[in-house]
Ligand binder design. Structure first.
Ligand SMILES: NC(=O)c1ccc[n+]([C@@H]2O[C@H](COP(=O)([O-])OP(=O)(O)OC[C@H]3O[C@@H](n4cnc5c(N)ncnc54)[C@H](OP(=O)(O)O)[C@@H]3O)[C@@H](O)[C@H]2O)c1
Length: 324
């Protein structure tokens, strides 16, 4: 495993982490056995392999993900950089404080290494929420503050409101969502901040395992326009480039997709895993180094990928869902 060169004062952050939305969230459609047993084995193996960054949120499975993760890390607290998120529905300081305590209690810990605002509140600026974050830091319940789904300007405004570093911005970042590479990643690189890449495998699309006649069935991906038949077809060229680079490294397309996203020293990725084998494969991607020409070929293919999107896809998503 490789780690970020950022001093957090607690545990160093692994370049590949584990996203745990999948734990106990019905929309992923995984089994009861996955929620109860596989999740425990996946976390234990991740820790064994040097993964430190574990990401969850109060909203995932309405607290179930936090509980499942908390059970899995008990006894390993010192080996874990624990990140969770608050949904800023009522972003006032006392609510923020109370929600942090509730998350910590579900996780069974007395310290959240990273407490992230899950998404920008469109109606309320960050002054009040950051007041809550500041007092959580002061009492030691929260070590680092982060945000998620923030633009660069809002990330910087959040820092001004906190009066200190907002360590990370967790955003959708992958070969099918390369946007953060333009502004967030350069900012993170020059200011000692971190971009946490979520959906780094495009929710599994970049594994190359899905196509027009083999589409994933669960609710998360039924509602993701990337998995519309047209878009799966449009992604074939990108998957082809991934396969070529993968062959040169005796790796899988998913591993190359992760290696591409974490190439910057300021980026870590938090892929979810539906099995132990996926977790192991994702962890191994931390050690793959892409040559400059490989990185460029992948980046160019990512730019050429233009999925159909916007409001016009809504009827298609509905039709695709009803056709199942
Ligand atoms: N902040 C936010 O707003 C936000 C939003 C979304 C996610 N997140 C976080 O980011 C994490 C990851 O994002 P995500 O789950 O949306 O997408 P992802 O990590 O891109 O995709 C995860 C899915 O890809 C498949 N997969 C994983 N490893 C694989 C491998 N080695 N080979 C083939 N397939 C593989 C699995 O699904 P199958 O096996 O079923 O195909 C798995 O459930 C989440 O768990 C969550 O913690 C945050």
């Amino acid at each position: 495993m490789r780690y970020l060169d950022v001093d957090t004062g607690t545990v160093k952050i692994s370049k590949i982490g584990l996203g745990t939305w999948q734990f106990g969230a019905r929309e992923w459609g995984y089994s009861q056995q996955y929620a109860e047993q596989d999740s425990q084995l996946i976390v234990a193996r991740a820790i064994e392999l040097g993964v430190t960054l574990f990401d969850t949120a109060e909203i995932y499975g309405f607290g179930r993900s936090e509980r499942i993760l908390g059970r899995a890390i008990s006894g390993h607290r010192d080996a874990v950089f624990l990140a969770t998120k608050i949904l800023p529905v009522l972003p006032v300081a006392p609510v923020v404080e109370q929600r942090a305590v509730a998350s910590a209690s579900r996780l069974g810990v007395t310290r959240l290494d990273l407490y992230q605002v899950h998404q920008p509140n469109p109606a309320v600026r960050d002054g009040t929420i950051m007041r809550g974050m500041r007092s959580l830091q002061r009492v030691g319940l929260v070590t680092e503050v982060g945000v998620s789904n923030y633009s660069l300007s809002r990330w910087q405004a959040a820092e001004a409101a906190l009066g200190g570093p907002v360590l990370s911005n967790q955003v959708r970042f992958s070969l099918v969502a390369p946007g953060p590479g333009r502004d967030l990643v350069p900012f993170a690189e020059r200011s000692g901040r971190v971009v946490i890449a979520y959906s780094p495998l495009g929710q599994g699309l970049l594994s190359g395992g899905y196509h027009r006649s083999n589409r994933p069935a669960n609710r998360v991906r039924a509602l993701n326009p990337l998995f519309l038949p047209d878009n799966l077809e449009r992604a074939e060229e990108l998957i082809g480039v991934l396969r070529q680079v993968a062959a040169a490294h005796s790796a899988t397309p998913a591993q190359i997709a992760l290696a591409w996203v974490i190439r910057s020293p300021a980026v870590v990725a938090i892929p979810g895993a539906s099995s132990l084998a996926q977790l192991e494969s994702n962890v191994a991607a931390a050690d793959i180094e892409l040559a400059d020409d490989e990185w460029r070929a992948l980046s160019d293919a990512a730019q050429r990928f233009s999925p159909v999107g916007g409001p016009s896809v809504l009827p298609r998503l509905l039709r695709a869902r009803l056709a199942r």
